[in-house]
Design a protein around this ligand. Sequence first.
Ligand code: ADP
Ligand code: UDP
Ligand code: MG
Length: 216
Amino acid sequence: MRGGLVASARLLPRPLVRWFLQRRAQQDINENMSGGKKVKIIFVLGGPGSGKGTQCSNIVEHFGFIHLSAGELLRAEINSGSENGTMIDTIIKEGKIVPSEITIKLLQEAIIKGGNDKYIIDGFPRNEENRVVFESVINISPEFVLFFDCSEEEMERRLLGRNQGRSDDNIETIRKRLKVFVESSLPVIEYYESKGMVKKIDATKPAPEVFEDFLN
Ligand SMILES: Nc1ncnc2c1ncn2[C@@H]1O[C@H](COP(=O)(O)OP(=O)(O)O)[C@@H](O)[C@H]1O
Ligand SMILES: O=c1ccn([C@@H]2O[C@H](COP(=O)(O)OP(=O)(O)O)[C@@H](O)[C@H]2O)c(=O)[nH]1
Ligand SMILES: [Mg+2]
């Protein structure tokens, strides 16, 4: 039966399948919110190595947010041995951006599982398509967007010293990630800037000072 459904879904036009999945996602999030407060989100953006993860840990310690790192969710998906794992692994090693549907589904599941009303989403949306699909599927606008602004030399230096055994923290992939950040992620920040939603922070400073600037 399930196989039959999957086979029929393959025969349907992609826009129709996408519409159906969006309806399902909105329903799920709405059910999660029913009886509770409206879910609030903050996006945390910045180049690779700008300190997003470090500052998100500080923020959750001081405020009652749940920290969702899109990159961590994707790495967990690889490690779970899911059917998409190999594809995600290849994309991350190449420094490219995973298809929106995959990342958004993982974020949606994490929001529902979190059962909280405040989420800080780290490293997403990474391109305009991510942003548009998230808006239409999840239907929540961020309260504001934090942008950790850091020089490329400093980001490169930090990533080479991160030492977390990541397959993408090597000079070749780092250079590709920096290029993808400029070409695909900066336009997302510019979009939110045009709406007056960005809090930009100088992230080249030492981590405690960056957090101080966030608090002010
Ligand atoms: N302000 C900072 N100054 C120096 N090193 C930092 C700073 N913030 C983070 N780091 C270090 O740089 C590396 C990348 O930080 P991380 O928070 O993982 O960045 P991102 O999530 O943006 O890639 C880590 O090793 C971290 O300890
Ligand atoms: O929404 C996302 C977030 C991450 N990634 C992939 O996961 C990698 C690592 O992301 P993460 O945010 O963990 O890296 P960071 O910027 O923190 O170093 C990225 O380079 C992308 O290949 C992605 O495709 N979509
Ligand atoms: Mg990170």
